[in-house]
Write a protein that binds this ligand. Structure first.
Ligand SMILES: [Zn+2]
Length: 403
């Protein structure tokens, strides 16, 4: 049993506690002081007491959207002002390379952990990161992503994916499930086949990312239509739904509390409200949106709409690092009026909830995993929450011994 004392404890489930204490034992949180009883926790057993000094202790962060297998692409896909053009470059690079490299995945996992992240939502087309993730100290959801705008046999594609995904025994720290890529790359029949297999597990989908996607769904025209033609997968029988992506997913049976709508950069208010009403989660990745040419996400509107907002870095193909604190700094810059506390919730409990781990991660509460980080603070910090959303580098982050 270890009793940590720190200048600040951020339980997330409650306001920050000055000169707080948290007790951990065998990997679990036993007790945390709340405002009012700080430093007044009674102890019935002897335990090691550690004064961490001028640090903020908070739960390990959640990166709700990344693609670790693309880590070898770091810096290789140039920023663009057109998302379909950027995606075409990525696909061409991937074809030339012929397989995902394991070394960069291992490095990315180490850097993820060093940046204070405990939980990830990792999208994969190849399962290349599978073993490394199971052997790592990260936990999370592994989303085996299918594409197929003109797939001949969607049910068969889903059962083949199930066989590949469940070839390895289950791991208690990992949820593994099949997800569709995006409305412009998945046929309605494949969406339905994936929906039928999803059960109560989270389903992560890229939606409302670029203006081109909105045009494609309205009128079946534009850069995505052209790209599908060039790739030889356009289907003449495909009818545009004539609506936004959230309404489209609703018609396909995928709009519910398990939906993780990634990006949403172009979603109008009505679509955000529809997602909010269904209890789905929006994951914003603003640094990636800037890189790929998807646009600037309307962060303040996201929060005002009432939708649950989580944060993701996306992959190293479209962002300079996988540091969630860095992503938060960008979110904060784009929406300085959204309270820092809400941004910290997005990077912790909202992500944990969306990925299906809210009972284990995302807050400092008795019974949850003792996956805790300590962030060193400068001598005078007036507002610790505000400080934490201005960008924190790994050199001031330490993982606490879980007792
Ligand atoms: Zn993505």
């Amino acid at each position: 049993m270890i009793r940590y004392r720190a200048a600040w404890i951020l339980p997330i489930a409650a306001p920050p506690v000055r000169a707080g204490e948290v007790v951990v034992e065998n990997g679990r949180i036993v007790r945390v002081s709340d405002a009012g009883d700080a430093a007044a926790i009674p102890f019935d057993r002897e335990c090691e007491a550690i004064d961490l000094g001028n640090v903020a202790v908070l739960p390990g962060l959640v990166n709700t959207h990344t693609h670790l297998e693309l880590s070898w692409m770091r810096g290789l896909v140039a920023p663009s002002n057109s998302m379909p053009a950027w995606a075409a470059s990525l696909m061409s690079l991937r074809r030339q390379h012929g397989g995902e490299s394991v070394g960069p995945i291992a490095t990315a996992i180490e850097q993820t952990r060093a940046a204070g992240t405990a939980l990830v939502g990792d999208v994969t087309n190849t399962l290349a990161a599978d073993q490394l993730l199971r052997d790592s100290s990260l936990a999370g959801a592994m989303f085996y992503e299918l594409l197929g705008f003109n797939a001949p046999n969607p049910e068969q594609a889903v059962s083949a994916a199930r066989v590949a995904l469940h070839g390895e025994p289950d791991h208690p720290d990992w949820i593994r499930t099949i997800v569709p890529h995006a409305p412009y790359s998945v046929s309605p029949a494949l969406f339905r086949a994936i929906e039928a297999a999803a059960g109560d597990l989270p389903v992560s989908i890229h939606v409302g990312e670029s203006a081109d996607e909105m045009e494609f769904l309205r009128t079946a025209t534009g850069a995505w239509r052209d790209l599908l033609g060039r790739l030889g997968v356009w289907n003449d029988r495909w009818e545009p739904p004539g609506c936004g992506p959230i309404e489209y997913l609703d018609r396909l049976g995928l709009l519910n509390e398990h939906l993780i709508a990634v990006h949403g950069t172009q979603l109008p208010d009505a679509e955000l409200e529809r997602l909010a009403t269904a209890g789905g989660t929006l994951v914003t990745c603003p640094r990636s949106n800037r890189w790929t040419g998807a646009g600037v996400p309307p962060i303040q509107r996201f929060y005002e709409s009432g939708v649950r907002v989580a944060v993701g870095t996306d992959s190293l193909a479209s962002v300079e690092d996988l540091n969630v604190f860095g992503e938060l700094a960008c979110v904060h810059q784009l929406a300085p009026h959204v309270p820092a506390r809400r941004l910290l919730e997005s990077a912790t409990i909202e992500g944990a909830r969306a990925l299906g781990f809210r009972r284990e991660f995302g807050t400092i509460e008795a019974g949850k995993r003792a996956a805790l980080i300590a962030v060193s603070l400068p001598r005078h910090v007036d507002d610790v929450e505000e400080w934490l959303v201005r960008g924190i580098e790994p050199d001031v982050i330490e993982w606490l011994d879980e007792g």
